[in-house]
Design a binder for this molecule. Structure first.
Ligand SMILES: CC(C)(COP(=O)(O)OP(=O)(O)OC[C@H]1O[C@@H](n2cnc3c(N)ncnc32)[C@H](O)[C@@H]1OP(=O)(O)O)[C@@H](O)C(=O)NCCC(=O)NCCS
Length: 169
């Protein structure tokens, strides 16, 4: 049997910077959650694509808590990397940092995990390389990914039951 390719966590790292403009804001003049979630999805998808070198479909997003608001004129820094790969699916860890350009201070705004599945142009799932964690933090996230995945799959089971009930209605 052919052994699976292996890639470092660092090889998938994706970093995006966005200057928050008035058109990104809500009526209070702070960054709109939906705009931020769009950027988060893009940054996480780049990491998944870098790891798999294929198309990557978002399957789940874990709970997102916005720790504080981001003002127009501040910079949002998004950082994502693949924490672990299973067979065709990958977990991506993402964090969002806001930077105030006047003071140079940075603060954490949100962090969450995504899961993606690698697919070809026809939408068929593809096997992905394994992940090699190097640092202590990467190793911890790698270990914990198994439990997070189990909990997502339990949720998926509940949702598929709900979908079946919906079809019967
Ligand atoms: C992603 C998708 C192709 C998977 O199809 P599927 O029939 O569930 O395929 P499989 O059962 O073979 O599962 C594929 C992988 O996804 C994983 N998976 C499925 N549901 C999951 C969930 N809720 N959480 C985590 N992983 C999940 C499976 O465990 C499997 O991973 P593995 O190969 O690493 O073990 C399908 O669910 C889909 O098309 N979803 C919509 C995606 C989408 O439109 N996203 C938004 C736009 S990008």
């Amino acid at each position: 049997m052919e052994s699976r390719k292996r890639k470092l966590v660092a090889a998938s790292r994706s970093v995006m910077h966005r200057l928050v403009m008035p058109e990104d804001s809500n009526t209070l003049g702070t960054l709109m959650g939906g705009v931020l979630m769009h950027w988060m999805d893009m940054c996480a998808a780049i990491a998944a694509r870098r790891h798999s070198n294929s198309y990557a479909m978002t399957v789940t997003v874990d709970r997102i808590q916005f720790v504080g608001s981001v003002q127009v004129g501040e910079v949002v820094i998004l950082e994502a990397e693949v924490t672990r790969a299973f067979r065709t699916s990958m977990e991506v860890g993402l964090r969002v940092i806001a930077e105030n350009l006047d003071t140079g201070k940075k603060r954490l705004c949100a962090s969450t995990f995504y899961s993606f599945v690698a697919v070809d142009k026809e939408g068929n799932t593809l096997a992905v390389p394994e992940v090699i964690p190097e640092t202590e933090e990467q190793k911890l996230r790698y270990r914990d990914a198994e439990n997070r995945r189990s909990s997502r799959l339990e949720d998926a089971g509940r949702i598929s039951e709900e979908a079946k009930r919906f079809e019967k209605e």
